[in-house]
Design a protein around this ligand. Structure first.
Ligand SMILES: Nc1ncnc2c1ncn2[C@@H]1O[C@H](COP(=O)(O)OP(=O)(O)OP(=O)(O)O)[C@@H](O)[C@H]1O
Ligand SMILES: [Mg+2]
Length: 184
């Protein structure tokens, strides 16, 4: 396995539901694995089941859940793992907390308009929220606080996923987290 220049780090993908976090996480993971890096992905839906089975989607519950995620990601990254986190993480305060407990933290804003996310609606959650079947849906009943200073911003409306993923990898090289050859 290949070592990274600054050791492990966390790629924290934040964005509206349907913005493309899971799609990009799996593309980035594949690209980094191909470069023989140690990679682990923590993705919202999957991780929630075992890490926070009793939490819902209120602000307090989301905060508790994501604080746990941040600590897990921090532990892995300080042991040399490249951790890809894919969580809506709608609150600035939570992302700030994650940044404060993770030494090598790279915030990626997965940017996509609410209109397009609602059209994509890959899980049918926006439809359910509009029909009143679920509450606390980010973008419908709940806020998404746009990151003012993410290290990386990708536009998933104008740019194809593969291109977004390559942009992220090359930005990670620019930031010194990946050696020049990684992922290319
Ligand atoms: N450039 C792009 N990047 C990523 N996804 C894209 C892009 N263009 C279109 N899509 C599509 O948008 C959808 C994004 O769904 P995805 O499950 O990745 O979103 P998500 O952010 O993980 O949502 P959630 O927060 O609900 O888990 C997919 O159907 C994907 O194919
Ligand atoms: Mg997802």
């Amino acid at each position: 396995l290949v070592e990274t220049p600054k050791g492990g780090f966390v790629i924290w993908l934040t964005g509206l539901p349907g913005s493309g976090k899971t799609t990009l996480a799996s593309l980035i993971e594949a690209q980094l694995r191909a470069s023989e890096l140690k990679v682990e992905t923590l993705d919202g839906d999957e991780v929630r089941k075992w890490l926070s089975p009793n939490e819902g989607f209120s602000m307090e519950d989301r905060e508790r859940h994501l604080k746990r995620v941040a600590h897990v990601a921090g532990l892995l990254s300080r042991n040399g793992v490249v951790v890809i986190c894919a969580f809506v993480s709608p609150y600035m305060s939570t992302r700030k907390y994650a940044r404060s407990v993770i030494a090598n933290f790279v915030e990626v804003y997965v940017k996509c308009s609410l209109e397009t996310c609602q059209e994509r609606d890959p899980k049918g959650l926006y439809k359910k929220a509009r029909a009143g079947l679920i509450t606390n849906m980010t973008g419908v009943q709940d806020v998404y606080e746009t990151p003012p200073s993410a290290e990386i911003v990708v536009d998933t409306e104008a740019v194809l996923p593969e291109k977004n993923a390559s942009e992220i990898v090359s930005k990670l090289q620019d930031l010194g987290y990946l050696a020049g050859s990684a992922g290319v």
